[in-house]
Design a protein around this ligand. Structure first.
Ligand code: NAD
Ligand code: TYD
Length: 393
């Protein structure tokens, strides 16, 4: 199978490339297309790029000529569109690029695929599939603090651990299903919802062979340290204040990135064309609890291992909760996201495998072990970004 992975030098794209190579070996060939914005980092794929199974093209998904050429030369079976501007705070600061990349870029990719894949009679070459990687944020926000959650009706160990229920029952009894209305509330989520609607329109109007996945918050290796989990790990090591927006009680459903990659590959291979599939982790957490868990994990590792302790800006002092700093809330901050992934689980047999209690420590350890990956990023324009977003907040 040949995969064209757009945005493959970003967080999830990088993990997806590694996942496909590990899972399918020589059965898979991959072409990564990436514009290498501030969020793209080709060094994350340094080892993979040595293989003849993987190639890289530096291009923008909005560049028709470049995309046409790749489709003609590489002839992918699958196009997986990860390429996007992905950070809500940046979208609030400057929405324009989100509309250009996330909406018009997706439209351009689909137009190029139609041209490459459509037969004169309007049918498409067999086996061609376009997967739009979307987000639970397109559904808007749920209320939080509603007790008495409902059961997820699937047998699954992560669910069983909570007595057959999602852990999320602590925070509410409503969930996003694939039929929930699209009610985006940030420029980022509005741009992703617009792209989803365009994909659905192309499916309906042109019979375009596409699918959409909508996933909850991912965490794991190679995530850019502007997002909550890697930002907090980095600040803990540097003994810097840990900025928690508002009261810290906003809820997100967190999924280990490999579980998302497995879900995408499953939907690509077995999903029904034209369908939307929700992907989630049965794992809702309040931000303040995540921050606390990270502090505890860094402290534990540094206490046990002098090599890790030496990474601390103040090695004599283990980090503690006094670093937590409540800061001005994000404008329009969505209160709670919670995904119902039962359709994907029951129809396609996918389920998350990595519990948070395993995935979070694994992620913290990765960021400690790969300090250079982070310092290469935070030593550059990141300082300017951090100053703009957090100083005086
Ligand atoms: P990311 O910001 O880490 O990576 C985005 C990648 O896209 C970068 O490599 C960047 O260089 C590239 N890119 C940006 N604009 C481009 C353009 N015009 N042309 C080509 N490449 C371009 O994002 P991520 O967290 O890996 O997210 C990937 C996708 O998954 C996004 O579509 C996002 O909306 C979606 N998603 C993310 C999450 C999450 O928690 N991170 C959850 C659900 C869905
Ligand atoms: P983020 O990682 O930006 O993902 P998203 O906004 O797409 O869910 O943020 C996750 C949650 O953490 C969100 O509720 C905002 C909050 N947050 C903070 O409290 N402080 C921070 O410095 C950041 C980046 C996020």
């Amino acid at each position: 199978m040949k995969y064209l992975v757009t945005g493959g030098a970003g967080f999830i794209g990088t993990n997806f490339v590694k996942y496909i190579l590990q899972t399918h070996g020589r059965q898979a060939q991959i072409c990564v297309l990436d514009a290498l914005t501030y969020a793209g980092n080709l060094s994350s794929l340094h080892d993979e790029l040595q293989s003849e199974l993987i190639s890289f093209v530096h291009a923008d998904i909005g560049d028709r000529e470049a995309v046409d050429r790749i489709l003609l030369e590489f002839k992918p079976d699958y196009v997986v569109n990860f390429a996007a501007e992905s950070h809500v705070d940046r979208s609030i600061d400057d929405p324009g690029i989100f509309l250009r990349t996330n909406i018009l870029g997706t439209q351009n990719l689909m137009d190029c695929c139609r041209k490459a894949w459509q037969n004169p009679d309007g049918s498409y070459m067999p086996g061609k599939r376009f997967l739009q990687v979307s987000t639970d944020e397109v559904y808007g926000s749920l209320l939080r603090d509603i007790p008495d959650g409902r059961r997820f009706d699937i047998p699954h160990p992560l669910c069983d651990a909570a007595g057959g229920r999602s852990e999320s029952t602590a925070y509410g009894n409503d969930f996003f299903t694939e039929d929930s209305p699209l009610q985006p509330r940030s420029p980022y989520s509005a741009s992703k919802a617009s792209a989803d609607m365009l994909v659905l329109a192309y499916i309906h109007t042109y019979g375009f062979p596409a699918l959409i996945t909508r996933c909850s918050n991912n965490y794991g290796p190679y995530q850019f340290p502007e997002k909550l989990i890697p930002l907090i790990i980095n600040n803990v090591l540097q003994n810097k204040p840990l900025p928690v927006y508002g009261d810290g009680r906003n809820v997100r459903d967190w999924l280990y990135v490999d579980d998302h990659c497995a879900a995408i590959d499953t939907v690509l291979r077995r999903g029904r064309l034209g369908e939307v599939y929700n992907i989630g982790g049965f794992n809702e957490k309040q931000n303040i609890d995540i921050v606390g868990m990270i502090i505890d994990e860094v402290a534990r590792l540094c206490n046990e291992n002098d090599r890790y302790r030496a990474l601390l800006a103040e090695p004599d002092r283990l980090p503690d909760r006094s670093l937590i700093t409540f800061v001005k809330d994000r404008p329009g901050h969505d209160a709670r996201y919670a995904i119902d992934p039962v359709k994907t689980a029951t129809e396609l047999g996918w389920a998350p495998r990595i519990p948070f209690a395993e995935g979070l420590p694994r992620t913290v350890r990765w960021y400690l072990d790969q300090r250079k990956w982070v310092t290469d990023i935070v030593d550059g324009d990141y300082q300017m970004y951090y100053h703009k977003m957090y100083s005086g907040r």
